[in-house]
Design a protein around this ligand. Structure first.
Ligand code: GTP
Ligand code: SPV
Ligand code: MN
Length: 580
């Protein structure tokens, strides 16, 4: 007996008798265990050392070239009723789902060690945290979980005390893309994932648990599990506001979460609470409070440099696992957007040849513990979380969406979130750059019917008078010849400053049918190199384009049928009418 919790022991035994591992290792989460895994992976070649002088304790993992991103088309939510999963999810009935995936798991761990990883999503002593156990045959998963979650002994103790946990079963299987399945059984608090060793497909605490399963639990229990960064903004006068932002995958969450204020905005400090996931609870005082269930980052590498994200550039110079980056002749990691060095070997281990495409995979990632980040907030470990002043939705839109606008009310804000659309990115297997609806940046991650999810969001309006204000931003507007209109990165603080000032009712705005936009003068442009034309374009709307957009949002909402909350449709009709 490795645990006194019989439900856990029984499940581990059952999995072992089905998957037939050579050995079972219960993870304690110690540094020694981490090092042992690193050594084992160095031995078997699944990890290689990077230059230890310039990148101490940094390693490179190359995943299978067909296994480099999430696979939404192979991801399923298996609920008893199809409508409970909704048109936003792929669905299988639970019996078929189990049968299909269990067949793939039979004997899959032969010749391998099975690792049992107890983990806690959120501070170990927070009432808002939830625990899980991931069973995996991948040492890569184990080392990533060590950097990104609170795992091991303490998590197991909490699980044994609470006697409840999310079960996550994972095997890399044979890595064949057509035998890859990421299955969720929310009614059983169960995940079964096979055939991928990559990121969100395999690190089950992250998207599978902390978003798909947790969103399902959150609806039942009255809270929200969201694809949001959490950032603290300390102004020159010393007041700190916390903001939670939902942007789709590879649309700027990590960058915004660790933003460095530009020199022209002296006195500001920015604190990172989280870069990908927020769990939000309404406090007794009516304030929405957030915790970050994770304790590390699985971040997009390309584009990271001293100018765009110095905190990230610094923190990944040590103690970091790199996945699918290139290397230089000096064996340093290299990626597109890195300002020094040149690629010698590409992400697949071949001599770099531009004819083969990019040197680093566009979805190459770093894994690093949160405390490596110089802007890490100590409040990220606070059991009670932080109070949220503003919720910000956003997307990657070359056209249409202005730099920033504010919703008129919570209900209107839910429409703004539900209407988010964004160009697809390399974070999922599939075409890149296609605009698709990605409500609340949760299209790939909501574990139940979006119609019910919007009803749940709307229900908060009746529960509190102190809800955050809701905004929408777009850092990605372009000129017709493909140049970004807004400088982005650190300069995004100027937009956050307007957002905070709106929350405090101390700055102006221009009321339009889609919400409140800043007047060009309302944005602090001290020492900012931007033309009046660019700023005017960023702070205005094209009514014709917007009418078309709102009609399209209306059609999208209608596709949810009778379950769609009337209040949401009413908001869409009102905005559309105002544009006519
Ligand atoms: P996930 O980890 O997939 O959820 O992504 P994310 O939302 O954390 O995105 P991330 O911050 O890693 O940014 C993705 C890409 O967008 C990177 O290549 C960044 O360099 C780029 N990016 C981030 N912020 C900005 C910005 O303000 N302007 C521009 N032009 N690009 C940005
Ligand atoms: C995302 O795709 O939104 C990520 C990376 O944060 S993954 O963990 O692979 O989901
Ligand atoms: Mn993400």
């Amino acid at each position: 007996m490795k645990t006194k919790l019989s439900a856990l022991q029984t499940w581990v035994d059952q999995v072992a008798s089905h998957t037939l591992p050579d050995a079972i290792h219960w993870c304690d989460g110690s540094d020694a265990e981490y090092q042992q895994m690193i050594d084992k992976m160095l031995d078997d070649g699944t990890l290689s050392k990077l230059n230890q002088h310039t990148y101490p304790n940094c390693y490179l993992h190359r995943s299978d070239p067909t296994d480099v991103a999430r696979v939404e088309h192979r991801t399923f939510v298996c609920t008893g009723e199809k409508d409970d999963a909704g048109p936003n999810n792929n669905w299988m009935n639970p019996a078929d789902g189990h049968a299909k995936v269990d067949a793939l798991f039979a004997g899959t761990m032969k010749g391998r060690t099975m690792y049992v990883i107890p983990y806690c999503m959120g501070p170990i002593d927070s009432p808002f945290s939830r625990c899980g156990v991931e069973i995996t045959d991948s040492p890569y998963v184990l080392i990533n979980m060590k950097l990104m979650t609170r795992m091991g002994k303490k998590a197991l103790q909490r699980i044994e005390k609470e006697e409840s946990f999310v079960k996550g079963l994972h095997s890399t299987g044979d890595l064949s893309p057509d035998r890859r399945l990421i299955m969720h059984f929310p009614e059983e608090l169960l995940i079964k994932s096979i055939g991928s060793g990559y990121g969100g497909n395999a690190l089950l605490g992250k998207k599978c648990h902390a978003l798909r399963i947790a969103s399902f639990q959150a609806r039942r229990e009255g809270w929200l599990a969201e694809h949001m960064l959490i950032v603290g903004l300390e102004s020159p006068t010393g007041e700190t506001h916390y903001v939670a932002c939902a942007f789709p995958s590879a649309c700027g969450k990590t960058n915004l979460a660790m933003l460095i204020p530009p020199d022209s905005l002296p006195g500001w400090k920015v604190w990172t609470l989280g870069d990908d996931i927020a769990w939000l609870h309404l406090g007794d005082d009516g304030q929405l409070r957030a915790i970050n269930p994770e304790s590390g980052y699985f971040g997009v590498v390309p584009g990271t440099n001293e100018k765009t994200n110095k905190n990230a550039a610094d923190m990944i110079k040590r103690d970091t696992i790199f996945t699918n980056v290139a290397t230089t002749a000096d064996n340093e990691p290299w990626w597109e957007g890195k300002t020094d060095g040149e690629p010698a070997i590409d992400w697949q281990g071949r001599p770099y040849d531009p004819a083969n495409g990019k040197a680093a995979h566009p979805n190459s990632r770093f894994t690093v513990a949160a405390h490596n980040n110089a802007s890490y907030s100590s409040l990220a470990d606070a059991p009670e979380g932080v109070p949220i002043s503003a919720i910000v939705f956003g997307g990657r839109r070359k056209e249409l969406a202005p730099l920033v606008y504010e919703a008129r009310s919570w209900e209107h804000g839910v429409l703004v979130g539900a209407g988010v659309a964004s160009e697809t990115t390399a974070a999922n297997v599939g075409e890149v750059g296609i605009v698709r609806r990605d409500p609340m940046a949760m299209k790939p991650f909501c574990g139940y019917n979006f119609a019910d999810y919007w009803t749940h969001w709307l229900s908060f309006a009746d529960k509190s008078e102190h809800l955050p204000k809701i905004f929408h931003v777009n850092w990605f507007r372009q000129t017709p010849d493909g140049k970004f209109l807004w400088p982005g990165f650190g300069e995004n603080l100027r937009v956050l400053e307007w957002i905070i000032d709106r929350c405090e009712n101390r700055v102006g705005a221009n009321e339009t049918p889609i919400g409140y936009l800043p007047n060009p003068d309302d944005i602090n442009t001290t020492d900012l190199d931007i033309s009046a034309d660019a700023l005017a374009a960023l702070t205005s709307i094209d009514r014709d384009q917007w009418r078309t957009e709102m009609e399209s949002v209306g059609e999208y909402l209608d596709s949810y049928g009778d379950r769609l909350p009337k209040a949401l449709k009413h908001q869409q009709e009102r905005v559309t009418a105002d544009l006519t």
